[in-house]
Design a protein around this ligand. Sequence first.
Ligand code: NAD
Ligand code: ZN
Length: 358
Amino acid sequence: MVRLILDSSTGSYPVIIGSSLNRELRAVVTRLDPTGVAIVTDSNVRPWAVKVAKTIKRAGLKTAIHVVPVGERSKSMSQLHEVLAFLERQRIDRGGCVIAVGGGRVGDLAGFAAAVWQRGVRLVTVPTNLLAMVDSSIGGKTGINGTRSKNAIGAFWQPSAVVSDLACLETLPAADYRDAFAEVVKYAVAMDRGLFDLLQKERPRLLAADRAMLERVVFRCVAAKALIVAKDEREKGPRAILNYGHTAGHALEAATGFRISHGRAVAFGMRVAARIALSMDLCSKRLVESQDALLTAYGLPDKAPRVDPSRLLSAIPRDKKARRGKVAWVLPRRLGHADFGHAVPSALVRRIVTRALA
Ligand SMILES: NC(=O)c1ccc[n+]([C@@H]2O[C@H](COP(=O)([O-])OP(=O)(O)OC[C@H]3O[C@@H](n4cnc5c(N)ncnc54)[C@H](O)[C@@H]3O)[C@@H](O)[C@H]2O)c1
Ligand SMILES: [Zn+2]
């Protein structure tokens, strides 16, 4: 088990990573001494929420579970309303606590409900998939979708604790597990050379979901994200580095009508970004090749779905990171280091995207 303490403007909180963390979860919640506990989950991960509820009850606290539907639809105003009605029924007051048990969607929805209910109640996050453990559970972004745009309504709301129990990954579909490695490779290429080497060396153990090795990897990803978030909690600048691979990645998601997984899209986006960097003499050919090989080794192939390059290109400026129509690219410079704010000639983007989709 490893424990990190993350600092935020609203206080520090622990992130605990390990296996079968019932005792730790109980200790975390007991220390918060909540007046009430409400658990939010989705129908796929309900069994894990039931386990969490048992743990909470063993601590002598009353709790109940609210189950939201699976999928992006859950990040809606109507589902938010349902969650808030649940908190009201459970009489969660300012001293209460929300526990989010699930992936990024449950985390975003339940986190936002915690941020606005009674002008803010405490939040404990129990991420159940690898993507949420290495990314969405860290950094305090919460929210739901607008009628037309993703994550349009939200708040920065830091959790009181994050408990990443690797045992939850047992029930995760293999494809979801594998695709989450795109975000792990993102941290490695953009921020952590040691992680890159670890991913190369320990691939068999990691693909077999070896818990000890996963603990090290999740720890390094959380540490990498925490370092950036600490510098830029409200996303004014440096946090953009976390967007590595996401510029072309988001555009591919949009151009395919979200039929491609986020991880696969980000892997595509990283391949594109590295090639742009190479063409601009900002990185070496070796970096492009090493990144390609690592992505392929983790089952993230370079084969992109059939998409018209023009559709993808026209989706790029609509990315929310685009300012006044200009896209500020995050580009890798050497393994373990990327920087942001690069303006890339659109003809070059077109050439590289067209080739990547060929
Ligand atoms: N807040 C942030 O900083 C941040 C960062 C990245 C992404 N996000 C958001 O996260 C969302 C995507 O995250 P996600 O893919 O984790 O979404 P998700 O919560 O929908 O999880 C994906 C699927 O995996 C299932 N699942 C989760 N854990 C499981 C387990 N242990 N066993 C079996 N099934 C399991 C879920 O039920 C769901 O069907 C998006 O809405 C995105 O906007 C937020
Ligand atoms: Zn992502």
